[in-house]
Write a protein that binds this ligand. Structure first.
Ligand code: MF3
Ligand code: CO
Length: 290
């Protein structure tokens, strides 16, 4: 292990003296690690310049989702949404992160009704009155990544689907309350799972959130069915998504074998998901994309 002296430059790239930058932070991490906690590796701790870059990327992500919100309606195909996302991202100087990511063929994920996530936009998928759809946008801007998603209710949606969408949205607030420096990701996971279950729903176990910012998917993997006091410690400078997938029925899901991407609920009941990207700060958190 490399021991930095007080006067050396900090590992975070801030160009500050280590003693004035992340020394106290490292001591805090070391103490938690001695108690058996999983602590974040340095490479996922963002410095001020990186945070500024991710914030700018997040602004594009938000603007693209705002554009979708203004235009989405019954009769639109998910391929049309894909085109909007491509155009609105590129005109702001960004690149849609999904496009070509591990072979993903489109610029955005659009997941309708019993599709849980990673729906592939298609000319053949027309949005109908009563559908609920998740539009998951991710942007690369100056090399920095942002990722957030929203649900949209198309026309007249049943009360039971509306309630699912609303509870999934409130899961983010419940989770956010747990985001604070030196807490555990499991504090958030447990709060979200408890809230979803108390409302009669279930949370998908196999797919979770992720660190994001310098890459599309970084450590840690984030579960929303985890237990309080477990999983990785939340340290200032960490950036990750909160994106629980909430099912009206059972938690079971399967992957579409034909396209290798799209996840569906086992029981065919609807699923809802909202996603925000958060930064852990010294005081609590900052939302970088929503
Ligand atoms: N925003 C989605 C996620 O983080 C993107 C998945 S990769 C993609 O899960 F290629 F499908 F976009
Ligand atoms: Co994501």
């Amino acid at each position: 292990m490399k021991i930095l002296t007080e006067n050396a430059r900090c590992w975070c790239g801030s160009k500050k003296r280590y003693g004035d930058c992340h020394k106290a932070f490292d001591e805090q991490l070391a103490a938690l690690k001695r108690k058996g906690a999983t602590v974040p590796p340095h490479k996922i701790i963002k410095n001020r310049e990186q945070i500024e870059g991710i914030r700018e990327s997040g602004k594009i992500n938000i603007a693209v989702l705002d554009y979708v919100a203004e235009h989405i309606k019954a009769g639109v195909t998910t391929a049309q949404i894909d085109l909007w996302v491509y155009e609105q991202t590129v005109r702001r100087g960004g690149i849609p992160a999904p496009l070509g990511y591990e072979g993903f063929p489109r610029s955005v994920c659009t997941s309708v009704n019993d599709q849980v996530c990673h729906g592939i936009p298609s000319e053949d998928v027309v949005l109908h009155d009563g559908d609920i759809v998740n539009v998951d946008v991710s942007t690369i801007y100056n090399g920095y990544y942002s990722d957030s998603s929203r649900m949209f209710c198309i026309g007249e949606v049943s009360e039971e689907k509306k309630r699912l969408v609303e509870v999934a949205r409130r899961c983010l607030e419940v989770g956010l309350e747990q985001v604070k420096p030196w807490g555990f990701l499991g504090d958030m996971g447990q709060a979200i799972n408890d809230f979803a279950r108390a409302n009669g729903y279930s949370v998908v176990r196999e797919i979770g959130g992720h660190g994001v910012g310098l890459e599309f998917h970084e450590e840690p993997w984030v579960s929303y069915v985890s237990k309080r006091g477990t999983e990785m410690v939340m340290a200032p400078g960490m950036c990750f998504t909160i994106e629980p997938m909430v099912n009206m029925g059972g938690a079971g899901v399967y992957i579409d074998d034909d396209n290798g991407w799209t996840i569906y609920t086992d029981d065919g009941k609807p699923s809802a998901q909202w996603e925000i990207q958060v930064l852990v700060t010294e005081e609590g958190y900052e939302i970088l994309a929503r």
